[in-house]
Design a protein around this ligand. Structure first.
Ligand SMILES: [Zn+2]
Ligand SMILES: [Zn+2]
Length: 318
């Protein structure tokens, strides 16, 4: 099969053997996949991963020891837990210390014609959810994780710092609660999109300091955290969505003085993401910048790294 492989140099297409599913695993033929900033960071050396890139996908189960999955169109959770450690026993498989992570830690990813994944990581997709939109299930689930961690409703003043792919998905997820978040960014086209989704938009300089109940940092840049601290009201909550590979320098005094809660937030629940994308409560279609065939995966990654570009998708099979 064809796959996009990163081994420290420029990511390149390679011919690889089709993977064989282990016990309790499915063989999935990938249909579409999304390029994420994490993929670009991995190519820059983040996580020390080498192998097949990609973790946002939808596909069809072609082989499994459970016949009820055969032919099912699915999205898949990326954390592959061991299933028997302390954290797994407490239902925290996403934090299993033995886990592999699709296209990020050890597990070959989805920028390939086939992948294998544990059956308990798979979620069936309803027919009304297009392949393109289903490629957003994983990052939308990550945005939903915020609602698992912080109570957000119409009465709250919420800011999303960052108008990139994740920031715009987070804004849409928050809008489903009846809260109208401020999206703070510097890209007129992306802010226009945020406004179209129903959010308020703002440039950072125009906001009163310490005025938000909850600030969600999704800029991907270490300087965003300091700015987010400045916007959070005393006793407010700061949610960190960006994974930095650089070390942060941070004035921590305001965290103590203002008694802020800081919440790290990563992967999230798939079911509300699938439901919201299927019912059109969340519509990521206007965020799609381009669709490339797998054969042009290196070009797709280059495109995704261009400034101002939102989502780039790979069409792997139809
Ligand atoms: Zn991602
Ligand atoms: Zn475990």
């Amino acid at each position: 099969m064809q796959a996009l492989v990163f081994d420290g140099g420029a990511p390149a297409l390679r011919e690889l053997p089709r993977p064989a599913p282990g016990p309790g695993e499915a063989l999935v033929r990938v249909r579409m996949a999304g390029v994420c900033n994490t993929d670009l960071e991995i190519v820059g050396g983040y996580m020390g991963f080498s192998g097949v890139l990609g973790h946002e996908f939808c596909g069809v189960v072609e082989a499994s020891d459970d016949p009820s999955w055969l032919g099912q169109r699915v999205a898949g959770e990326i954390n592959q837990a061991c299933g028997h450690c302390d954290l797994c026993a407490r239902g925290l498989g996403r934090h299993c210390p033995e886990r592999s992570v699709l296209g990020i830690v050890e597990k070959p990813g989805c920028f390939a014609e086939y992948l294998t994944l544990k059956l308990d990581s798979l979620h069936r997709l309803p027919p009304e959810l297009s392949d393109a939109r289903a490629s957003f299930v994983e990052p939308t689930a990550a945005a939903y994780e915020i609602l698992e961690q912080v109570a957000i409703g119409p009465e709250h003043r919420v800011a999303v710092l960052g108008d990139g792919k994740l920031g715009l998905l987070i804004a849409q997820v928050i809008l489903t609660t009846g809260c109208k978040p401020h999206v703070i960014g510097r890209h007129p086209k992306k802010l226009e999109l945020a406004e179209r989704f129903g959010a308020r938009v703002a440039e950072p300089e125009t906001l009163s300091p310490k005025s938000f109940d909850c600030v969600i940092e999704a800029t991907g840049s270490p300087s965003g955290l300091q700015r987010a601290l400045g916007l959070t009201r005393p006793r407010g909550t700061l949610v960190l969505k960006s994974t930095y590979h650089a070390k942060l320098e941070l004035d921590a005094a305001p965290i103590v003085i203002d008694e802020l809660s800081i919440v790290g937030s990563r992967c999230g629940p798939f079911e509300p993401a699938i439901a919201a994308l299927s019912s059109n409560a969340i519509n990521p279609d206007p965020m799609i910048d381009a669709v490339f065939p797998l054969a042009q995966a290196p070009e797709a990654l280059a495109r995704a790294a261009e400034p101002g570009v939102l989502k780039v998708l790979l069409e792997v099979s139809v």
